[in-house]
Design a protein around this ligand. Structure first.
Ligand code: AKG
Ligand code: MN
Length: 212
């Protein structure tokens, strides 16, 4: 989708504590995608069940000491992949480096993520408006990397009923939110039918967190 002022996307403040770093991950895009493919061989993408019993349209897997999971019992972080019974694959150093550098560029020094949720969106998948609040330490930011097909990020407010802004997320974009923006409601609009040279019809998102 076209941007009105493409030059402003290199650093687009969304709110105090939240910034979009346009194209920040582009230099390592192929490396990231290879590592995602590699991860999925050990910890396959799967559609988790919500506590309410619905199948999530986004497929997920994790790397790191902890992985985000959802089932009838609720949302939580688990050191073990419930699908395989094994620990999640280790966080690749290239992931950690990118997350730490993006956080620093957004003003959050020394971010050392423990968990990386990998989301895979096919056409029609979406992520409803939510807060990332399963982490114990809310002083630490969230770092979110977009790869592949363009999406529309829903960026809301501190209350679920605040009307969200729609912000274009392109391949290589990174969004960081912390401090006063840490609990901002956000989501991803239904992915359209589109194609990207590196991912085909898919969009991937890496979400780095400190969970403990
Ligand atoms: O896919 C995205 O851009 C956002 C993902 C997200 O909010 C999450 O995984 O909690
Ligand atoms: Mn989220």
């Amino acid at each position: 989708m076209p941007d009105l002022f493409p030059d402003d996307r290199a650093r687009l403040p969304l709110d105090p504590g939240a910034v979009l770093l346009g194209g920040f991950a582009l230099p390592v895009d192929r490396v990231l995608l290879q590592l995602i493919t590699h991860t999925a061989e050990a910890a396959p993408f799967r559609h988790l069940e919500t506590p309410g019993g619905r199948r999530m349209s986004v497929a997920m897997t994790n790397v790191g000491q902890l992985g985000w999971v959802s089932d009838r019992r609720g949302y939580r972080y688990s050191p073990v992949d419930p699908l395989t019974g094994r620990p999640w694959p280790a966080m690749p150093p290239a992931f950690t480096t990118l997350a730490t550098e993006a956080a620093a560029a957004a003003g959050f020094a020394n971010f050392a993520p423990e968990a990386c949720l990998i989301n895979r969106y096919a056409s029609g998948a979406k992520l409803s408006l939510h807060q990332d609040r399963d982490e114990r330490n809310l002083d630490q930011p969230i770092v979110s990397v977009s790869l592949g097909v363009d999406a529309r990020f829903l960026w809301g407010g501190q209350s679920r009923t605040d009307r969200p802004r729609r912000i274009a997320l392109h391949h290589g974009d990174v969004v960081v939110w912390g401090g006063p923006a840490r609990l901002t409601f956000h989501g991803v609009d239904t992915l359209g039918e589109s194609s990207h040279p590196l991912t085909g019809s898919l969009r991937y998102n890496l979400t780095f967190r400190i969970a403990t």
